[in-house]
Design a binder for this molecule. Structure first.
Ligand code: NDP
Length: 393
């Protein structure tokens, strides 16, 4: 019997990679639910091509437009992912890939009706891991992190107890500005920031990679997923982006996972529980490269002057909800930067301003029991960031 796949964020980079795998393995899968936001053209194309049972479109204007266009279509086009109301069928596999905290509610909802959930959306792990974990336990849902670093750490730890691990090294490519002239970093434009040297990704994660906030977010993610002491996590620049994570064991052995810079590899391994011949799934540019072809692998310490955001590592565990606040501030800053309202070099300063706000502790000490309480903290941080940006103008 064919397995059913659902994708949260089907028009995005992770969503499209998943659909590439689907297209090559059509005989094994059928599409259950797809969700997207604003990309009318691609949503329309996906309705025609994949004929999902349900297509959820978050943006109300786009939803109305698509609904009109497909008025006679069998695909159930809805505006909200309401698993009770729309009588959603259970999925064998769900890929959660809506960026930002916007992905939290859909990820939790889909965890209730999926046998296995592959989580790319790190922000939902950062803000709501306890709730996701609890929901997965109640519903017997398997969780697989898909962020390439965390997928690698998970694989590396499979045969080891976390107690035997001395260090976990999270590798960072260093993004497009690793060697950029320091004095001109202030003026780097969004189109330069989103041009990642190694990965093709959505805008938000690309800016996070350029500022290295992505590694702060991934440090929080790793801490939550693997219950590892923050002191054991080390961030290291690895410009080739071929080694995705390294573990150093107390017995003196180092182990790492190396694979080409394509998310198809963690995605396909997670979908097929490692039993996949990857070659046929890869784009020709990776096929041509011969897979196991070791280049010079470089590992460099992070330059804190160039990437001051890295200093946030010492703040992550200040209070229980500090990660929710850091994440929310960053989402506002990335959005403002992409709209050319603030300079690239202002991120760290704004984050510190929010962490030093007189109401910060009041929100940061909260231990949210449900999604609404997470959103309250998130909303406070968003509003405070917006206020600070206004004040500084
Ligand atoms: P993209 O920006 O490429 O895609 C985002 C997808 O989510 C699109 O389908 C978009 O719809 C949809 N979407 C955006 N906002 C909303 C919303 N408010 N409600 C519902 N749907 C929404 O992102 P990526 O695929 O690059 O990243 C997705 C997640 O995966 C992120 O959390 C990222 O950090 C993580 N990740 C990504 C990697 C990558 O290689 N891309 C690697 C590791 C992790 P539409 O296009 O219609 O507007």
């Amino acid at each position: 019997m064919k397995k059913s796949i659902s994708i949260l964020g089907s028009t995005g980079s992770i969503g499209l990679n998943t659909l590439k795998i689907f297209k090559k393995k059509k005989n094994l899968f059928k599409i259950n639910i797809l969700t997207a936001n604003r990309n009318f053209k691609l949503i329309s194309k996906q309705i025609n091509e994949f004929k999902p049972n349900i297509f959820v479109i978050h943006d109300i204007k786009v939803f109305i437009k698509v609904k009109k266009k497909f008025v006679k279509n069998k695909v159930n086009i809805v505006n909200k992912l309401n698993i009770k109301k729309n009588n959603f069928k259970k999925s064998d596999i769900t890929i959660a890939a809506i960026p930002g905290i916007a992905g939290l509610n859909p990820t939790i909802e889909m965890t209730k009706i999926s046998k296995k959930i592959l989580i790319a959306n790190k922000e939902s792990i950062i803000c709501g891991w306890n709730l996701i974990k609890k929901t997965a336990k109640i519903n017997n849902t398997k969780i697989i992190p898909i962020d390439s670093e965390h997928f690698s750490i998970m694989k590396l730890l499979e045969n080891h107890n976390i107690k035997d691990v001395k260090k976990i090294y999270l590798t960072a490519s260093g993004g497009p500005f690793l060697k950029h002239k320091m004095s001109s970093l202030k003026n780097v434009k969004p189109n330069e920031a989103i041009k990642h040297p190694k990965w093709k990704m959505g805008k938000k994660i690309s800016v996070d990679s350029a500022s290295l906030m992505n590694k702060i977010l991934e440090t929080i993610e790793a801490q939550k997923l693997f219950m590892v002491d923050l002191k054991k996590i080390e961030i290291v620049i690895h410009p080739e982006s071929l080694v995705h994570a390294i573990i150093e064991l107390k017995n003196g052995l180092f182990k790492f996972i190396y694979h080409e810079t394509t998310m198809l590899i963690p995605l396909a391994n997670a979908i097929f529980d490692d039993e996949i011949e990857i070659f046929d799934l890869l784009d020709t540019r990776f096929q041509k490269k011969k897979l196991i072809f070791f280049k010079n692998l470089n590992f460099i310490n992070v330059d804190k002057k160039r990437f001051p955001i890295i200093n946030l590592k010492s703040k992550i565990n200040e209070y229980f909800s500090t990660p929710i606040i850091i994440n929310a501030v960053n989402e506002i800053l990335v959005d403002q930067y992409l709209k050319k309202k603030i300079p690239f070099t202002s991120f760290y300063g704004y984050i510190l301003k929010v962490l030093h706000d007189r109401n910060y502790k009041k929100y940061a000490v909260k231990v949210p029991k449900n999604v609404n309480q997470i959103h309250l903290i998130d909303q406070w941080a968003r509003k405070t960031t917006s206020d600070k940006i206004e004040i500084l103008k």
